[in-house]
Design a protein. Structure first.
Length: 221
């Protein structure tokens, strides 16, 4: 399958692939430790593979380090803080974002960009929605400004008094989509680099960036 080269206004594809390969090399020791911890602390494969929807609505297989018990992965496709399906090591990996290191390989393959809207599972993609139609014009990514703000997504899902999946679809996802489209309208390669820099800072110094509360999310509808 042929993938378009440069994202609209974003980092050039060759440069992006170079950054992803460098990231895989630099984080190889962390990935090896994460893989070992996953394999020795719970039964099942080291990697979690899941179908997601990519650019132009094309499905692809997203790769992460497995963070859940294998017999519990078929439950709701949103994860609230304290979800019993998540393993103890999985909680650490998710909090530190180390579970997402294998996604750099998705970048090399052309399924993901370093910066772009987070890819969604097919069940939650509404192709008749104008916001979704706009979002699917670009390659999804590992990080973006919306993802940076929503580092507390699992806490929001936990604090909602009701069905977490309904809250996700009716409030949280529209908030995300609106933010994705807003960023794409003014995106440049410089802004993408800034997002990457801010993403590293958010992992190292999580208290620096403000996070939205339930009121702000619910107010988007």
């Amino acid at each position: 399958m042929k993938h378009p080269g440069k994202e609209p206004g974003g980092i050039s594809r060759p440069f992006e692939v170079g950054l992803a390969l460098a990231g895989l090399a630099l984080t190889a020791p962390l990935s090896a430790i994460a893989a070992l911890l996953v394999s020795v602390t719970s039964r099942g494969p080291v990697f979690f593979r899941q179908e997601r929807i990519g650019r132009f609505g094309r499905p692809f297989t997203l790769i992460k380090f497995r963070s859940m018990h294998i017999h519990d992965e078929r439950g709701p496709q949103v994860t609230a803080k304290g979800d019993c399906r998540v393993t103890p090591i999985g909680r650490l990996l998710r909090k530190s974002k180390l579970d997402e290191l294998p996604e750099l390989w998705n970048v090399v393959q052309g399924h993901l960009s370093l910066v772009g809207p987070r890819p969604e599972v097919p069940k939650y993609v509404n192709r008749d929605d104008p916001l979704w139609q706009a979002v699917l014009k670009t390659r999804p990514g590992i990080t973006d400004p919306v993802t940076l703000r929503l580092r507390n997504e699992e806490e929001l899902l936990q604090s909602y008094r009701g069905n977490p999946e309904e809250f996700y679809l009716n409030s949280l996802q529209p908030y995300k989509l609106a933010g994705y489209v807003k960023y794409m309208q003014s995106r440049t390669w410089r802004s993408d680099l800034r997002v990457l820099y801010d993403s590293v800072l958010a992992v190292l110094l999580p208290a620096r960036a403000p996070q939205p509360g339930l009121d702000e999310i619910s107010g988007t509808n």
